[in-house]
Design a protein. Structure first.
Length: 257
């Protein structure tokens, strides 16, 4: 039985999509069967895997509307062992359309739960907000990864996200767990980066991944070529970081199993 992991933070620019795409690709390289669900209307995870967003006819929008089955919305990617449910700018409208529907927080859960039999990991790239899209992802998920950038405002808004997670646990999904907090955009030359790492580790201890994602030019370049860092430059520091993280995720879930 597979595991559904949401990658969430309502702050934009924290490395959320970068993490989703490259964790998916790294797990694929480790021979895990992965499904990436792009639940962000910006569709950066879709384009980051080399899919032309304009050509998308079926995806997360239809999945949440329950007008198509999950299987009908899945497409293959060029990343080994990685499938995708793509996003499109149309997804912006879904929050308004779902507002009046009964059990609107459970639309994604209804659509994807049975896919756990087909995949080892299902990763959901959440929108940078705490709206209905993110709520659907958290209600569907077994756990959540929270990327935190090593910068001054890193902890700002984290309390709000943790409160949302607590509220989801209480009302919609008592089994939701925190998979871990991931420190991103780390620059060892900056005192501030080191202070943020120290602060986060002090506050959250074992909840923080050992792996830290370092600032890396190749990592920033890869999405513009529609490739994961594993495909774009497997020898880069960014690729090594995400492979280490993927190993951490696999080992942690081995222990749980």
């Amino acid at each position: 039985m597979g595991k559904i992991i949401a990658i969430a933070n309502q702050k934009g620019g924290v490395g959320k999509t970068t993490t989703t795409v490259n964790l998916a690709a790294s797990l694929g390289v480790l021979e895990k069967k992965v499904l990436l669900i792009d639940a962000d209307p910006q569709a950066n995870a879709t384009s980051g895997l080399g899919i032309d967003v304009e050509s998308i006819e079926l995806g997360t929008y239809q999945l949440l509307e329950l007008t198509k089955t999950a299987e009908e919305t899945i497409i293959e990617t060029t990343s080994p062992n990685v499938d995708l449910i793509p996003s499109h700018i149309d997804l912006v409208a879904i929050e308004i359309e779902l507002v009046d529907k009964e059990e609107r927080e459970y639309m994604m859960k209804k659509a994807i739960t049975r896919l756990k039999k087909k995949y080892d990991y299902i990763l959901i790239d959440c929108a940078p907000s705490l709206g209905l899209l993110t709520l659907n992802a958290l209600t569907s998920a077994d756990s959540v990864i929270i990327p935190i950038q090593c910068e001054y405002f890193a902890l700002e808004g984290l309390g709000k996200l943790l409160n949302t997670i607590k509220s989801v646990q209480k009302i919609h999904n008592p089994d939701l767990d925190i998979e871990g907090m991931l420190l991103t955009m780390y620059d060892s030359r900056l005192r501030l980066s080191n202070q943020v790492v120290e602060e986060v580790r002090k506050h959250f201890g074992d909840m923080v991944f050992e792996t830290i994602i370092q600032r890396n030019v190749r990592l920033s370049e890869a999405p513009s070529y529609g490739e994961s860092i594993i495909k774009y430059d497997a020898s880069s520091k960014g690729a090594a970081n995400y492979l280490n993280m993927a190993n951490e995720v696999v080992n942690k879930n081995k222990e749980i199993a």
